[in-house]
Design a protein around this ligand. Structure first.
Ligand code: HEM
Ligand SMILES: N[C@@H](CC(=O)c1ccccc1NC=O)C(=O)O
Length: 541
């Protein structure tokens, strides 16, 4: 199907200058319907007595996409919230097409769609081809989103900056507010898809130089790190592990390094991007607990399979941020409450790991995992990545890993678990990938008097039992995690290899032996679990 090709778009976007398009050409395409500049419409003198409203010229009036939609049985949203009226809009756009095109669409609509035909046949090959066509449409529309961002959103944000700065004249110039407003850019990259989930547009072809001075407040800096890290991972691994990008372009590298320095984080995707910052309130205006449902905000992992370049896979992740554990009953300062707190905390994490069961292990391994991979201890990018404009030498950073989650580090220190030198070295290195306040929190726990020594010296049997329950539940959690890792990293890939055909890309091989954080997975995780058990106290005498 011809839409598997985005070349015609590339040709167009190669020679039309975005600023010229936005500030000179675009107005001549505008109409007088829904246009505040001509809100009453236009009077066609001598033709009609009253002004008429007509929409401006738009590629939505091209019959080709609509034709594919009808053929493939793709249905667009009808009604709903005011901004969600795709079907009505596209229908109206048909009235701007030449009548021959309109009647062609009508004749297509009158027949059963290809979708119905494919469904009725129950033929797997036919279904696969059909799905490829649908995916090609998605890919093309994603590509188009990028074009819209490049030709409208980014020039618009520049213009609003120019308007602002002409008001503030020399003041803003002296502050060096050149480049694109990073927040406008981030908003442009993150768009809502039909399900209300946020999705990304990849800016590889049009990434402007971003100005971080527009970021206000910690939350915005964290959002910037989250988005820039996703774009970076997508960029580096877009063509798979055999052809990683070795240079991160300046327009991405410079703001990413600046944002990272500001936050005290490394310039790579970290656990605090993927999990901790990756949620949003479902209904920001709503009140009451029901309305404050958290959900992952940016969960799109970028996959370059089949040259589509802009596909995505949703990765549902639990949010196991420390604030949830704060809901546990009891007060930390009182020893008798120690058991409920640590126990509830561990079992909460346990519950929160479970939802991962619904992430398909094949998809995780073959599609998603590569985008968590880093450029340290990774044979696919052994020398590291050059951050253009930052350093001539390549820099090495470990990939995103839950070993960067603060919670088990905190429990280990709190309970006095001592790991082997090799595991401890790795885990300590992972602390450099945490937000500095998390690192400091762990250090505070290390600096406090030892709970384990206190329990031992207290001679209090109840306290010792409570302590041991906590250690056991921590070890049980690690045993559970080991089973999860076996399912996702051992069983699934070996089954995938044994199968000859799959719609998924060939599973990557570079990190077969290692975790995305760089550890020697099974021996590391077993040692960490076994050393946890070694912390158990035995009543003396
Ligand atoms: C698909 C699911 C998962 C896989 C395949 C997986 C895999 C791994 C691997 C390979 C490591 C070793 C470190 C590295 O090199 O990256 C690791 C460590 C770790 N993972 Fe997971 N993980 C998964 C989900 C989770 C979840 C949901 C949690 C949430 C609590 C978690 C918590 C940890 C922790 C805390 C460590 C550090 C070792 C420890 O302290 O026990 N993992 N994981
Ligand atoms: N280190 C793991 C992946 C991992 O850490 C992970 C897997 C699923 C969901 C979240 C994860 N890490 C979060 O920071 C791996 O080697 O595949």
């Amino acid at each position: 199907m011809c839409c598997s090709h985005s070349r015609p778009y590339s040709v167009y976007t190669e020679y039309v200058d975005p600023n010229l398009f936005f500030s000179v050409l675009r107005i001549y395409l505008s109409g007088w319907k829904g246009n505040p500049l001509l809100s009453e419409g236009l009077l066609y003198e001598g033709v009609w007595d009253t002004p008429k409203k007509f929409a401006g010229g738009s590629a939505a009036q091209s019959s080709i996409f609509q034709c594919f939609d009808v053929l493939l049985g793709i249905q667009h949203t009808v009604g709903g919230v005011p901004s969600d009226f795709a079907a009505e809009f596209l229908q109206e756009m048909r009235t701007y097409m030449p009548p021959a095109h309109q009647s062609f669409l009508l004749s297509l609509k009158a027949k059963p769609s290809v979708r119905e035909f494919v469904l009725s046949k129950g033929n797997a090959t036919l279904q696969k081809t059909y799905n490829e066509c649908v995916e090609a449409m998605v890919s093309l529309r994603n590509y188009h989103l990028g074009i819209v961002a490049k030709y409208i959103m980014i020039p618009a944000s520049r213009q609003s900056k120019v308007e602002r700065s002409s008001e503030e004249a020399s003041e803003s110039e002296s502050k060096g507010t050149g480049g694109t407003n990073i927040m406008d850019f981030l908003k442009t990259c993150i768009a809502f898809n039909g399900n209300g989930n946020m999705a990304f547009t990849l800016p590889y072809d049009w990434m402007p130089l971003l100005n971080c001075q527009f970021l206000t407040g910690y939350r915005e800096w964290r959002l910037a790190h989250l988005v820039l890290s996703f774009i970076t991972m997508g960029y580096v691994w877009q063509d798979g592990e055999t052809q990683p990008k070795e240079i991160l372009p300046r327009n991405l590298a410079l703001p990413f390094v600046e944002v990272s320095k500001n936050l005290g984080l490394p310039p790579i995707l970290v656990h605090s991007d993927l999990v901790l910052a990756n949620w949003a309130t479902r209904n920001p205006g709503g009140t009451g607990k029901k309305h404050r449902w958290k959900r992952p905000a940016v969960q799109l992992f970028l996959e370059a399979a089949a040259r589509g370049r802009q596909k995505g896979t949703l990765l549902p992740l639990p949010d196991f941020s420390a604030d949830q554990i704060g809901e546990a009953p009891g007060r930390a300062s009182e020893p008798e409450h120690m058991e409920p707190i640590a126990f509830v905390a561990c079992s909460k994490v346990h519950i929160l790991i479970s939802p991962l069961d619904y992430v398909n292990p094949d998809v995780f391994y073959s599609v998603i995992r590569i985008f968590l991979s880093g450029w340290k201890d990774n044979p696919a990018l052994p020398v590291g990545l050059v951050y253009e404009g930052v350093s001539k030498e390549p820099l090495s950073y470990s990939g995103g890993s839950a070993a960067q989650s603060t919670i088990l580090h905190a429990f280990d220190e709190f309970l006095g678990v001592r790991h082997s030198k090799e595991s401890a070295d790795f885990l300590h290195r992972m602390r450099d990938y945490m937000p500095p306040s998390h690192r400091a929190f762990i250090e505070d726990i290390c600096g406090a008097p030892s709970l384990r020594t206190h329990v031992l010296s207290s001679g209090n049997g109840q306290l010792l039992t409570a302590y041991n329950q906590c250690v056991e539940s921590l070890a049980a959690l690690r045993t559970y995690h080991l089973a999860l890792v076996t399912k996702y990293l051992i069983t699934a890939p070996s089954k995938a290899k044994a199968r000859r055909t799959s719609h998924l890309p060939r599973p990557p091989q570079a990190l077969e032996e290692r975790g995305t954080g760089g550890s020697a997975v099974m021996s590391f995780l077993k040692s960490v679990r076994d050393k946890t058990l070694e912390a158990l106290l035995h009543p003396s005498g």
